[in-house]
Ligand binder design. Structure first.
Ligand SMILES: *[C@@H]1O[C@H](CO)[C@@H](O)[C@H](O)[C@H]1NC(C)=O
Ligand SMILES: *[C@@H]1O[C@H](CO)[C@@H](O)[C@H](O)[C@H]1NC(C)=O
Ligand SMILES: *[C@@H]1O[C@H](CO)[C@@H](O)[C@H](O)[C@H]1NC(C)=O
Ligand SMILES: *[C@@H]1O[C@H](CO)[C@@H](O)[C@H](O)[C@H]1NC(C)=O
Ligand SMILES: *[C@@H]1O[C@H](CO)[C@@H](O)[C@H](O)[C@H]1NC(C)=O
Ligand SMILES: CC(=O)N[C@H]1CO[C@H](CO)[C@@H](O)[C@@H]1O
Length: 518
């Protein structure tokens, strides 16, 4: 308890220091200039409208911060050489626009390096094996971003191959991009695999970003870098053109400083894509009028939320600190009207966490899906998983320096999607879900469940493509942590109401001191 109170004092001090600096700034008589630090999409759009900011100035500010801080943070693997040209184009379009533009128009967005772009940027999942590969087209989500007028500012560093190469890997490390650092505590684990996608908005190197998740890869880095991560229902966002792990579990989602920013990005990237069959089924979940209508300050009112203490409040890292801190947030949630069902239990959660059905599905999917992705490339140094394995051995100094490739080898030994082993594992995951979380949600009439983000809650959601949202919940010795709300497929409207209301009631995010004026 004592250290938690001490942390709260630090928190207050950093804000007063920041306030003092801002005052000094004004007393210097500097002309008020738009500061990108903590700027939201709505604030940026308001400045565009008022004529006090152009996309070019905005992109220049971010490029300046990237040049200053990225050599240390390694959060960004490549910057788009055309970013300023695209900004000029957006500025021109804004001048002559006859109808309202998308909220993302003229806004720079960073993409995890496993999301394909048909431009000067490489798409490599952080591996030299894909350097020089030429993609056939933009990824489905990128096509939607460009149509909305967003500016692709670069590619984010990641845990190489989205962390499906080795179990002995370092979060945020890729052979091409080096080690991504957590901007709050440089020696802390930034988590992964969407590490750069979380660190970059956290340190205000970009406005907003996209990551991908198979299990934890958006939720965990969002949590460790004090940003909001939305892991959408599988199929809500197209995976076409994304270097895959698993068509069963992969999903693309936003990492942003606020729930509102994340929702504005989500609105643009969701929808049907003929190149990803899962989007056809999930399209029915997209509400008329989009997701912004669910940004309700009183969104927690009347929501029934199950708190899964066992085992998630005990197996998470720094469990005591996080549990105590989260416990202090519960009365705030109750105060704004949430009904918390404490100690709710998912009966078979241990089976999900220690069983191997999830890993089995991923290993079978990976071989099938990565071979399909590689075959679709116009040009590539590698065409099959076997080629990647051989490439890594040949370039061991670069590719096998920090980890092995035992997951690649296990995946290569799988025998295809018709295998009974695969089918049984898929069925096990269905059963674990219907007998577990589904039963709890139904019997306790829950709107969502809640647990620390850095916990197995991500696996409960992952095995059946359920969505989750991580929101900042506190700092432990300076390292951020979040809590995650999970619901059934298509429950994004409810999760957004809950997450936004929680964020507005708690306002826990603060920028990392090392990379801000404070
Ligand atoms: C893509 O990779 C090639 C080969 O290393 C490099 O020359 C090029 O600059 C890279 N593109 C960008 C935008 O960094
Ligand atoms: C939750 O359950 C544990 C063990 O059964 C118990 O010690 C704890 O007091 C319970 N907490 C609440 C808030 O009900
Ligand atoms: C890792 O890289 C360093 C620097 O390039 C090199 O000295 C070392 O031998 C490499 N280690 C392995 C195991 O390849
Ligand atoms: C993981 O890799 C590191 C660095 O190569 C090595 O020191 C360590 O022994 C490895 N651990 C396991 C469990 O393989
Ligand atoms: C899944 O559940 C069904 C019905 O409850 C059962 O018949 C089947 O054997 C279970 N499958 C697996 C793989 O456990
Ligand atoms: C944009 C950028 O800073 N990219 C760097 C990513 O990390 C690699 C490896 O350290 C550098 O070579 C790149 O310059």
């Amino acid at each position: 308890m004592a250290s938690y109170i001490r942390r709260r004092l630090n928190f207050d001090m950093s804000w007063s220091a920041l306030a003092l600096l801002l005052l000094l700034d004004q007393s210097n008589g500097h002309k008020a200039q738009f500061s990108v630090e903590e700027a939201t999409i709505d604030e940026i759009q308001a400045a565009f409208k008022a004529g006090t900011l152009t996309s070019r100035q905005l992109v220049e500010s971010y490029l300046h911060r990237i040049a200053t801080f990225n050599p240390l943070l390694h959060a960004i693997i490549e910057v788009n050489p055309d970013a300023l040209t695209l900004a000029d184009k957006a500025d021109e379009e804004r001048k002559i626009a006859k109808k309202p533009l998308s909220p993302l128009h003229g806004i720079p967005i960073l993409l995890k390096d496993n999301i394909a772009t048909k431009d000067k940027l490489n798409t490599t999942a952080g591996s030299f094996a894909l350097l020089g590969s030429v993609v056939p087209r933009d990824a489905g989500v990128v096509r939607r971003l460009r149509k909305a007028g967003a500016i692709i500012i670069g590619k984010a560093n990641l845990s190489e191959w989205a962390n499906f190469k080795s179990t002995n890997s370092s979060n945020g490390y890729s052979s091409r991009g080096g080690q991504t650092l957590d901007p709050y505590v440089l020696g802390a684990d930034p988590c992964g695999s969407s590490s750069g996608s979380a660190v970059s908005p956290a340190a205000n190197l970009v406005a907003v970003s996209l990551g991908t998740e198979t299990d934890a890869s958006i939720i965990c880095p969002a949590s460790r870098n004090a940003v909001v991560g939305i892991k959408p229902t599988v199929g809500l966002t197209s995976r076409a053109g994304v270097v895959p792990i698993s068509h069963t579990q992969d999903t693309v989602g936003p990492l942003c400083r606020t729930v509102s920013d994340a929702v504005e990005v989500l609105d643009v990237i969701v929808g049907f894509d003929k190149l990803d069959r899962a989007t056809r089924l999930a399209a029915r979940f997209i509400p008329k009028g989009g997701y912004k209508q669910f940004l309700k300050k009183d969104g927690l009112k009347g929501k029934r939320i199950g708190i899964i203490r066992d085992p998630f409040f005990t197996t998470a890292q720094n469990p005591l600190e996080e549990t105590l801190a989260i416990d202090e947030l519960l009365p705030i949630m109750r105060k704004v009207g949430a009904e918390l069902i404490d100690n709710a239990t998912i009966k078979n959660v241990a089976e999900i966490l220690v069983g191997n059905s999830e890993t089995t599905v991923l290993l079978f999917d990976f071989k099938h899906d990565i071979n399909k992705y590689l075959a679709s490339l116009i040009k590539s140094p590698v065409r099959t998983l076997a080629d990647i394995i051989a490439f890594d051995i040949k370039h061991a100094n670069e590719e096998l320096n920090k980890s092995g490739q035992e997951l690649f080898l296990l995946a290569e030994s799988t025998t295809g999607l018709q295998s009974m082993v695969y089918k049984t594992a898929l069925e096990t995951d269905h059963n674990l879900t219907s007998h577990g979380i589904d039963k709890l949600i139904k019997s306790s009439k829950l709107d969502a469940i809640l647990a620390p983000s850095f916990s197995g809650i991500t696996s409960v959601a992952a095995i059946r493509g359920y969505p989750g949202i991580s929101v900042p919940a506190g700092f432990d010795k300076g390292v951020p942590f979040g809590i995650t709300f999970v619901g059934k497929r298509g429950s994004e409207p409810t999760l957004i109401e809950i997450a936004y209301s929680f964020e507005q009631a708690t306002k826990i995010r603060k920028p990392p001191k090392l990379f801000s004026k404070g």
